[in-house]
Design a protein. Structure first.
Length: 137
């Protein structure tokens, strides 16, 4: 059966809206505030994020390629560059992983043909994987 549950949350930010929403069981207020923030900043669902994940056997080369791609991406496809940074899981199957996140407001989303062309910027055995999230997908 359903019994009341108790959760213990440890945080350095007790005033954060997400923590307050949990504390006061105020889901609708949290959603309103979060969506307003996302609209102002151009994050989904009011914009798109495109993840460029690079991998390769030599970490310095993957890092350098990610840095070069982060510099070239705005000219190639536009958007705002977030990163580069090591991937959350930094190494998979002996391959080092770095990522660059591109953020686009809804009206700025480029055609995929321009995004796919970023793969041609790769060199030195690095691989590029694209991940796309948009309001429509």
């Amino acid at each position: 059966g359903e019994e009341p549950a108790q959760a213990i949350i440890q945080t350095y930010a007790p005033e954060h809206p997400a923590i307050k929403a949990v504390q006061y069981h105020d889901y609708s207020r949290f959603v309103r505030e979060e969506l307003a923030d996302r609209a102002q900043l151009g994050y989904p669902p009011y914009g798109s994020l495109i993840l460029l994940r690079l991998s390769g056997l030599e970490e310095p080369l993957v890092q350098k390629t990610a840095e070069s791609l982060a510099i070239a991406a705005p000219e190639m496809v536009g958007g705002e560059v977030l990163g580069p940074a090591p991937a959350t899981i930094g190494r998979v199957a002996r391959r080092y992983r770095w990522q660059v996140l591109l953020k686009f407001r809804e009206e700025e989303i480029p055609p995929f043909s321009r995004i796919d062309s970023t793969e041609r910027a790769m060199s030195g055995g690095s691989q590029l994987k694209l991940g796309h999230r948009s309001p429509d997908h």
